[in-house]
Design a binder for this molecule. Structure first.
Ligand SMILES: Cc1cc2nc3c(=O)[nH]c(=O)nc-3n(C[C@H](O)[C@H](O)[C@H](O)COP(=O)(O)OP(=O)(O)OC[C@H]3O[C@@H](n4cnc5c(N)ncnc54)[C@H](O)[C@@H]3O)c2cc1C
Length: 323
């Protein structure tokens, strides 16, 4: 298929969908490709009301994501789900993207908006020795808290000190038997959440351990025995579950696989593997752009992803004007 004005958008989260809307309005044919079966990105994992998007009061993350998807689809944007890029060939103005279903997509530019994922097993391999812990007792990411009722009366260790860790500790503390929060260096959560957790701590529902490093976790007959180095002391206690909420990793690794070596070598990454782009989303490789959380915005959130997607779409329009 030769589509002269097609722009391939990798990732159908807020950044990719916003770029798709703007590109469509600017006269292009955006095609959104998402590896997940359900488009919408990380907001699909946010079971709370997202009150941070102007004009979208009371929407849970999935409801908000569905609104974004509905908007672009009703404007004629094509979204293909459950599909990944496997190879990018060609140059700006004439790219061919080989896709995981065997089909090619010809496009004039590619926008990478593949966001981030939770840091998962790597958190535990870095800090702890684990033995024989049933998989269902360890959860990664805040969506594990969606069913708070199922955690009632349990002893939970949360590993992490950012907004997600504190938000979920705050929600869980009133219903759990005890919530321990282990923070390696210092809390990074917003002040309101830190204050709310302090109230739960004063009520005896939760304990903040900081600086704390999990040294080992071992399965007992009905629980998990954890050992932590807390300041200069060693603490050992039992919990029923461990929840890891310790930050994110950018979804950039696939770029090494899909790009020719010399093209990949021209991309720039920061020390945490996030893509470095200019203010218009240009990656340094002509025709290859990026937007959203994958670029390590100062405040990763829905509105910054929407804005970056829009700005990058506009950059693409300017870069592809006839000279
Ligand atoms: C639990 C939770 C709660 C949050 N709450 C809020 C909140 O209240 N307010 C707020 O503003 N922000 C919140 N955020 C942050 C917000 O969701 C993100 O900042 C935003 O979704 C980033 O958008 P994005 O499009 O850059 O990336 P993402 O939303 O991560 O979307 C990336 C998309 O790329 C796809 N993808 C990944 N790899 C590939 C690949 N190789 N090929 C094709 N597709 C791929 C993924 O499937 C995904 O759909 C929350 C995040 C989480 C996880």
């Amino acid at each position: 298929m030769i589509a002269k004005r097609c722009i391939a958008i990798l990732g159908g989260g807020p950044a990719g969908l916003s770029a798709a809307l703007w590109l469509r309005n600017l006269g292009f044919e955006p095609c959104v490709l998402d590896a997940a079966e359900r488009p919408g990105g990380m907001q699909n994992l946010n079971f709370l009301a997202n009150d941070w998007v102007l004009g979208q009061t009371g929407q849970t993350g999935p409801a908000l994501a569905a609104r974004f998807v509905d908007h672009v689809v009703s404007d004629g944007v094509q979204i293909r789900t459950g599909i990944r890029p496997v190879r990018l060939e060609g140059t700006a103005g004439a790219f061919r993207l080989q896709l995981s279903d065997g089909s090619p997509l010809d496009c004039i530019a590619v926008l990478v908006a593949t966001g981030t994922r939770y840091r998962a097993e790597e958190v535990l391999t870095a800090v702890a020795v684990i033995s024989d812990i049933p998989r269902e007792r360890i959860a990664y990411g805040p969506h594990a808290f969606a069913e708070l009722g199922a955690l009632a009366g349990q002893r939970v260790l949360i590993i992490g000190g950012g907004d997600n860790a504190y938000e979920n500790a705050r929600l869980l503390a009133p219903v759990a038997a005890m919530v321990h929060i282990a923070i390696r260096s210092q809390p990074r959560a917003q002040q309101g959440l830190v204050a709310a957790v302090a109230v739960e701590e004063a009520a005896g529902h939760c304990r903040v351990l900081c600086p704390a490093v999990v040294e080992s976790m071992a399965s007992t007959s009905a629980s998990i025995e954890v050992t932590l180095a807390v300041s200069d002391q060693r603490e050992r206690f039992e919990v029923d579950r461990v929840h890891v909420l310790a930050g994110y990793k950018p979804n950039t690794a696939f770029l090494r696989e899909i790009l020719p070596t010399e093209v990949y070598g021209r991309l720039r990454f920061d020390g945490q593997d996030y893509l470095i782009v200019d203010t218009g989303g240009r990656s340094g490789v002509p025709g290859l752009y990026a937007a959203g959380d994958i670029c390590n915005p100062r405040f990763p959130c829905v509105v910054s992803a929407l804005a970056q997607g829009a700005m990058t779409a506009k950059t693409i329009e300017m870069d592809t004007r006839p000279k």
